[in-house]
Ligand binder design. Sequence first.
Ligand SMILES: [Zn+2]
Length: 383
Amino acid sequence: MEVSHEARRIHASSIVIDTHVDTVVRWIDLEEDLGVETGNGYMDLPLMKRGNLTASFFACCVGFHHVARGTAIRRALDMIDGVKEICRHYPDDVEVALGACDVRRIAAAGRLAVIIAIEGGHAIDDDLRVLRQYFDLGVRYMSLTHFNTHGWADSATDVARHDGLSPLGRDVVAEMNRMGMMVDVSHASDKVFHDVIEMSKAPVMASHSSMRALVDHPRNMSDDMVRAVAENGGIVCVTAWPEYISRRYWQGLEDVADRRAGRGGANRRANASGSTSAISDLMAMASGDGASGYNVLVDAEIPFPSLDDLLAHIDHAVEVAGVDHVGIGTDHGAVRFDLVDLEDCSRLPVLTEALVRRGYGEEDIRKILGENVLRVMEDVIGC
Ligand SMILES: [Zn+2]
């Protein structure tokens, strides 16, 4: 796609934020040097600069297999250290931001900002003291669950054990509100989502969720949920994850997971309505082989969705929530996928071009690219 002068101007002068990337696993598990061009997937620091990806939330995703007591904390600490080590190795390029003002300051200096996040509330090991220490280490949002239900909250892709948030889960959300850590509802069950909306004293975020009206996946959000986030003053950041933006891709992945596990399709489709997801199956199988899982989607050999598929979800989110409550959280990093027309983040100006072509005005484009996230950060974290 040809990028017009107008789109280039808007893109280059905007703060562009991705609210969910898992790229730190490539630094700590795959031992890739992200400070140089890796030629391996969506992002590294040179690609971020070329695409003006001003800031990214680096998710420290405490995988759903790190559930034994103590191991999740250890994994979270290793990942937080990984984010800080990237910044220590490349201080001229990248810096940890603790709030919206930091993001603006770092961007004005022509450098990249990373904001530390945790994905998977089991990382706190059922202990508010651990949560408080994560905040002190710089963590600025926590996704309440990952693929797994844990000690205090139900996941969208696992059995419900707490009917939403447990009493401890409510304490966790209250403590996050008190400290100024954003509450991320992506991956949480619908009941957890509604419990959070009902009790949170601060705007909430969905750091990487797409639209159930387009792809009826339990990980996506219904229109009612999207509207509730808008009423709460929060933000829904649309994910580019192939399984969630394309029904065709989702079905293809279910079939691959079935084949690999030697399972029948009927059983699989029953599961698809709530109890598990194809990708968590495939990741579990990959880690069982001692592999990182980074290439599970590439190896599945299903044609990837395109930028247009992603844009359909952005359009729908804007239609339902209003343009003040939509952002972008691609979910790139832990697993490689190459959206057609947006293969890596250096190509992000094509996203702006596509928004221009769809009739979005300049201010609205800036909001979607990053200003809405900054507003929520200011509201929840402070400057
Ligand atoms: Zn995720």
